[in-house]
Ligand binder design. Sequence first.
Ligand SMILES: Cc1cc2nc3c(=O)[nH]c(=O)nc-3n(C[C@H](O)[C@H](O)[C@H](O)COP(=O)(O)O)c2cc1C
Length: 206
Amino acid sequence: MTDTLMESAHLAIGEDAADRIFRHARTTSQWSDAEVTDAWLEAAWDLAKLGPTAMNTVPLRLLVVRSGEARHRLIEHMGGGNKAKVEAAPVSLVLAADPAFHEHLDELFPVYPGIREQLAPATETREQMARTNALLQAGYLVVALRSVGLAAGPMNGMDFDGVDNEFFADSGWKSFMVINVGVADGEGSPHPRNPRLPFQQVTETL
Ligand SMILES: Cc1cc2nc3c(=O)[nH]c(=O)nc-3n(C[C@H](O)[C@H](O)[C@H](O)COP(=O)(O)O)c2cc1C
């Protein structure tokens, strides 16, 4: 057993859950025929949305790409080998950050009255906040997808400006990732898993 697959005495979730979410889960490019319904995606979102974001901004937005027509529009803007990966995926999610997240803050962050108006003219700050927090939410989304039995294949080899012009010209959303989603066929990856850096190598304790 490699160190990434070892059982841990410190788990607060079941071994099965840790296996499903982390130890056995792979970045997936090989899919079964299982249909990914909107209800299934919504179940994942209902977990992912609870992950923390700064001032509860929740700036991640998702474009669900299902139809052949939408898929071809997306493939146009994917890089090299990622075109075939979108082609093969049951569903692809385009992840984007919404710089206009502040419009929702009266509801999402009522503890700070006036923050919506305060952020309205601060375009650059909003863009940075949207990106940072949407990226965090992308991580939560991968974990959430795995938690509901779906597999994820995240990719960012793509032309972001092209995707934004194609899909987000009206909304102003800023794409930053595509996640292919479905049920994995077996392990879901043709490659063995690469190693990860151990705790001792990535920590400095003062
Ligand atoms: C933000 C992000 C961007 C990635 N971009 C690409 C990509 O453009 N194309 C691709 O084939 N894989 C891409 N990957 C897949 C990674 O190489 C993969 O997740 C990593 O090697 C871990 O693989 P594993 O989960 O199977 O252990 C990306 C992954 C992440 C998280």
